[in-house]
Design a protein. Structure first.
Length: 164
């Protein structure tokens, strides 16, 4: 079998979209101290001891350089009612934090006012991953709340709450 098989990009996208994931917003500060954030579904757990997580940032993202060089960042797992934040942070450019009353986390990293879970991290490794860089973070502080998560499946947000 050949080492490299040509895969149609749309087939690849469609196959990947069958994997349901949560949606997160990853935040940090840039070199000037301005808040930076991006919607991310590539988040996953890596290790319990030490506590490690990962996510990947695409080269096309305007905040690519900021995140690849960031020493600290925070991952916010979005709750079911936070689709507006997913949409807001998936748009390139400035003003993503307008009217959001953020607090300061590890080394000043912006913490969103609401979330299903928040993990404050330092960057442990940055690995090449094709048109993305894979960022592995060590978790220094985390909080998870009893709220339904925002879930995306086949490019659609699932709207169902869990039965109580
Ligand atoms: C549901 C969803 C998941 C996403 N996941 C990622 C991801 O894991 N990594 C990534 O680099 N971009 C991801 N994106 C795209 C970025 O959020 C988008 O490119 C954003 O515009 C980047 O902002 P920036 O250009 O200001 O850095 C995702 C977008 C959506 C809507």
């Amino acid at each position: 079998m050949a080492d490299r098989t040509e895969i149609d990009v749309e087939d690849f996208r469609r196959a990947l979209s069958c994997f349901a994931t949560g949606v997160t917003v990853v935040t940090t500060l840039d070199a000037r101290g301005d808040k930076v954030g991006i919607t991310v579904s590539s988040f996953n757990s890596v290790s319990l001891e030490p506590p490690l997580i990962l996510w990947s940032v695409g080269v096309d993202s305007m905040s690519y350089d900021v995140f690849v060089n960031a020493k600290y960042f925070a991952v916010h797992v979005l709750a079911l009612h936070q689709q507006d934040l997913s949409d807001r942070f998936a748009q390139s450019g400035n003003n993503k934090f307008e009217s959001l009353d953020c607090s300061q986390g590890i080394h000043g990293v912006p913490i969103l006012p609401d979330f299903a879970a928040c993990l404050e991290c330092s960057t442990e490794h940055v690995y090449p991953g094709g048109d993305h860089k894979i960022i592995v973070g060590r978790v220094h502080h985390c909080e998870g709340r009893e709220t339904d998560p925002l879930i995306i499946h086949r490019s659609r947000f699932l709207r169902k709450e869990s039965p109580s």
